[in-house]
Design a binder for this molecule. Sequence first.
Ligand SMILES: Cc1cc2nc3c(=O)[nH]c(=O)nc-3n(C[C@H](O)[C@H](O)[C@H](O)COP(=O)(O)OP(=O)(O)OC[C@H]3O[C@@H](n4cnc5c(N)ncnc54)[C@H](O)[C@@H]3O)c2cc1C
Length: 118
Amino acid sequence: MAGGLGMGSAEGFQLVEELATLLGGVVGASRPAIEGGWVSRAHQIGQSGKTVAPRLYIACGISGAMQHISGAVGSKYIVAVNKDPDASIFKVADVGIVGDALTILPLMMDEIRARKGL
Ligand SMILES: Cc1cc2nc3c(=O)[nH]c(=O)nc-3n(C[C@H](O)[C@H](O)[C@H](O)COP(=O)(O)OP(=O)(O)OC[C@H]3O[C@@H](n4cnc5c(N)ncnc54)[C@H](O)[C@@H]3O)c2cc1C
């Protein structure tokens, strides 16, 4: 699970943290999200951060710059949420959702809670 500049603010980034918790995952971020002070540098994924290879990588509001995605291309299954249909993240994503992550993440969480009976 990772959030980028497209999450818009620290409050927006909290949605990424909530979804990660709900899925039993951990939070990563792109460099701009770290520079914005939304999450600590230890969470940076990419060329100058960590390399990860989870079973599922959900990239929210991340454009898919090579310096970021190089740290996550080893993931088994990549889901991307981005409002720009031409974002390069969709070239590496197995599933792409075009839309506003601030709207889509709460809908995803509602659906997951319903399926988990929470
Ligand atoms: C030497 C060097 C090393 C670097 N190392 C790293 C690194 O380790 N890790 C790293 O991440 N970056 C690194 N970078 C920076 C990298 O090049 C990119 O600038 C960075 O990854 C972009 O982050 P981003 O995708 O969050 O932001 P952006 O590229 O600005 O993309 C934001 C995306 O959010 C989308 N968006 C906007 N609003 C919404 C919304 N409401 N809902 C859904 N989508 C939305 C936009 O369409 C856009 O695609 C490095 C750069 C250099 C030069």
